[in-house]
Write a protein of this length. Structure first.
Lengths: 575, 173
């Protein structure tokens, strides 16, 4: 049943408050959706939202974590900051996981938290938490508003900081007496005053020339494409550049889709569960060109064995990333697009790398991704391939973290950018489903699939209310192996098969659960069933939850065990 | 190795927390930190003495500090020509009879006795940290009751000589 909120009284003609000013400022910034949850300290803001209804949309999530992951999904698809509102104390602390997730994966968010009134800050007042101290290390920047007159500047700066340079979350803590405070005069328009923040976006021409020369001289060049390509909207430039010089491309987990998976130069994803060809390309390379990736440990494996013979070039908008993990020969601080355009303008020769491409193609042919078909059940990898097929490879796919995430990364061959929404750096369970809600709101016309694990889904499933309420046709695919799959896999392979607390002994009836939230639910236990139901599910213009029972014992391969080098993959071939 | 890092920051609430929190998060050891206003209103100067393992870690800490929105400028001034000073207050056990003896010790350090009581004397000394360390060592036999040090503050000398051997100017090892 749907509950329509019908106000039975007229809008009061209360004087304008700090909160009204805030809503005006958000509308000025082009914000169309607020992801939020009310509470005591943000009541004045919700009053202003009430007064502004019709001009700005607010979506009421069922948990603050759901709202912030949705805002992350929205930000990942649109590139615009997702805007979150939560109350003080528990409202704010419930956001901490999402803020950290956005910080790790460089997603632009602007987060507003309520705070107790200025007069009682520091007295352990009801629902008071030191949100500034808690969020300082997990935000790109944060503010506490001390004067209504500062609000226009702070909001403007927050949006600027969140969405420029290396994007990230910015938090604004608003004491209740500021949002409730009456405005006797309209404050002046905010102007950005950030002398300490001037991101470099244009590459140094000498460094570009150096890289172009290194490419010409290289025999075994390889590009590593990261999420910086997404932020720079530089996929087309990357493809053109790679094709111009016949440079093979490895993508990171977050970089999937920045380079088409079906391009002959694509080696697929690198790292812990990357392809043999991708990892060996980085291992054997003599010139590694990192564009917008941060050499995460899940990509590099043991640093001692990572690209031991390569000259490393690193293009990144964040200078602190260059040289952080891997010594860099050619550092280029720049926006990815600007750097690629400059590289394209160079007249240097293409490298003589036919032999190298041949070797890599041999790796691709000899060691492709593999899995075994089991007549007794559904392989999760096959499930992903079936989803890829029915969605023509063009869906927006969101995931949590773990086995299902890796299978989705391996088998949903992303050909376009901005289709892949996953929790990479922080590896957050419960991310995928709410992120799918935000992605669907950002792109109403797209097919959005939340591929989630049975365990992760149970961390944020309360948001099922939202897809019904907002009539969002999100398709939820639970890759149900009745286990914390990746934990179980590590226990099996690395902890002497001691399966400690990683099997979910009881589970809810997911179909009934879906029905309880007024949406369609299906249980799929065999490949045949999936083949018949899948087209129907995707043709249906509404949300559907599919509980897909897959083989519990299945593992993600290839795999680089922790501490091992990138060339020491196991499970590269069927045993 | 110990490095002196000079930061110019916006004087905003939380800025000290940002800097120290960052150093803690990235596992850098702070030997000392001093903060104070500068000639420009709203701008403060921080002098950090940090313990770093190697050049790469040093570069990383400088870059991470630079990323802070409220940090305007970061420079590692260890190897530059700088003036660097610290102030220490040292309370030594002893009655006023000891005054002349103590005066004899502290005089070459250009330190002063700034407080005297029945059973203690307080000495103020300003200088480079190694000079302060040296005086503390000399005073130790008299029984040190309390020490308070401000931490190092420093900036570049008015004139930077052209040198090839920059390490000659290193203030602390």
């Amino acid at each position: 049943m749907k509950v329509e909120a019908k106000p039975d009284f007229q809008t009061s003609t209360a004087p304008k408050t700090g909160a009204d000013l805030l809503i005006d400022l958000l509308i000025n910034e082009g914000v169309d959706t607020l992801f939020g949850y009310p509470g005591g300290a943000v009541l004045p803001i919700y009053d202003a939202i009430y007064r502004a209804r019709g001009t700005i949309k607010h979506v009421l999530f069922r948990h603050e974590q759901g709202s912030i992951h949705a805002a992350e999904g929205y930000a990942r698809i649109t590139g615009k900051p997702g805007v979150v509102i939560a109350t003080s104390g528990p409202g704010a602390t419930n956001l901490v996981t999402g803020i950290t997730d956005a910080m790790m994966d460089s997603l632009p968010l602007v987060i507003f938290t309520g705070q107790v009134a200025r007069g009682v800050i520091g007295t352990d007042a009801f629902q008071e938490a030191d949100v500034m101290a808690i969020t300082t290390p997990i935000t790109k920047h944060n503010y506490q508003v001390q004067d209504i007159a500062d609000l226009p500047r702070i909001v403007k700066e927050a949006f600027h900081i969140a969405s420029t340079g290396r994007p990230g979350p910015v938090l604004i803590d608003i004491p209740k007496d500021i949002s409730a405070g009456e405005l006797f005069e309209t404050p002046e328009e905010g102007t950005i005053n950030l002398p300490g923040y001037q991101p470099t976006t244009k590459p140094n021409p000498l460094q570009i020339k150096k890289l172009a020369d290194a490419i010409s001289k290289s025999k075994k060049p390889v590009i590593l494409a990261g999420a910086g390509i997404l932020h720079g909207k530089a996929s087309a430039e990357l493809t053109a550049f790679a094709e111009k010089h016949k440079l093979p491309v490895v993508t990171t987990l977050l970089g999937l889709g920045t380079f088409p998976a079906n391009n002959p130069l694509s080696l697929g994803m690198g790292g812990m569960h990357g392809t043999y060809a991708a990892n060996m390309a980085m291992y054997e390379s003599d010139l590694l060109i990192n564009i917008g990736a941060r050499f995460d440990d899940r990509l590099t494996g043991n640093l001692k064995h990572f690209s031991p013979n390569a000259k490393v070039a690193h293009i990144d908008i964040d200078p602190a990333e260059i040289g952080k993990n891997v010594p860099t020969n050619i550092p280029i601080v720049s926006d990815s697009k600007e750097a690629l355009i400059e590289l394209m303008n160079q007249t240097s020769e293409s490298p003589e790398n036919e032999e190298w491409l041949e070797t890599l193609n041999k790796y691709k042919e000899e060691f492709p991704l593999w899995y075994k078909h089991d007549p007794n059940g559904m392989s999760p990898q096959w499930l992903i391939e079936a989803i890829h097929k029915v969605t023509n490879g063009d869906a927006v796919v969101t995931t949590d973290v773990g086995q299902h995430q890796m299978w989705a990364a391996q088998y949903y061959n992303f050909e376009k950018p901005h289709r892949w929404v996953t929790s990479g750096g922080l590896g957050t369970m419960g991310f995928g489903f709410p992120a799918a809600i935000g992605a669907q709101m950002a792109s109403p016309g797209s097919t959005v699939v939340a591929i989630v694990g049975d365990a992760g889904f149970q961390m944020t499933l309360q948001e099922l209310s939202i897809i019904y309420e907002q009539n969002l046709p999100v398709k939820i695919i639970i890759v149900n192996n009745g286990a914390l799959g990746m934990v179980r896999q590590w226990q099996e392979l690395l902890h002497g098969n001691r399966i400690s607390e990683s099997i979910l002994q009881t589970q809810p009836d997911f179909v009934k659960l879906a029905e309880a939230y007024h949406i369609r639910g299906l249980k799929i236990e065999s490949q045949e069933e999936l083949i018949t139901k899948l087209p129907e599910v995707f043709a249906y213009d509404g949300p559907v939850l599919m509980d897909c029972r897959v083989l519990q014992q299945e593992k993600v391969f290839p795999m680089i065990a922790p501490g091992k080098g990138i060339h020491e993959m196991i499970g590269v071939k069927p045993s | 190795m110990k490095r002196i890092i000079s930061l110019t920051v916006q004087d905003r609430s939380g800025v000290l927390n940002r800097v120290t929190g960052l150093l803690q998060r990235r596992q850098f050891n702070i030997s000392s930190i001093s903060v104070g206003p500068t000639e420009t209103e709203g701008i403060s100067k921080m002098t950090l003495v940090v313990e770093v393992e190697d050049e790469q870690r040093l570069e990383q800490v400088t870059k991470q500090l630079n990323k802070q929105i409220d940090v305007l400028k970061v420079s590692d001034i260890t190897d530059k020509a700088i003036v660097a000073r610290e102030l220490a207050l040292i309370k030594v056990a002893g009655s006023s009879q000891l005054r002349s003896e103590i005066n004899g010790i502290i005089d070459p350090f250009r330190a002063l006795i700034i407080d005297v009581s029945k059973d203690s004397l307080t000495i103020q000394i300003t200088g480079r940290p190694d000079k302060i360390d040296a005086l503390i060592d000399l005073l130790r036999p008299y029984g040190i009751k309390e020490i308070a040090r401000t931490g190092l503050t420093a900036f570049l000398r008015g004139h930077q000589p052209q040198v090839n051997e920059l390490t000659t100017y290193s203030q602390i090892k």
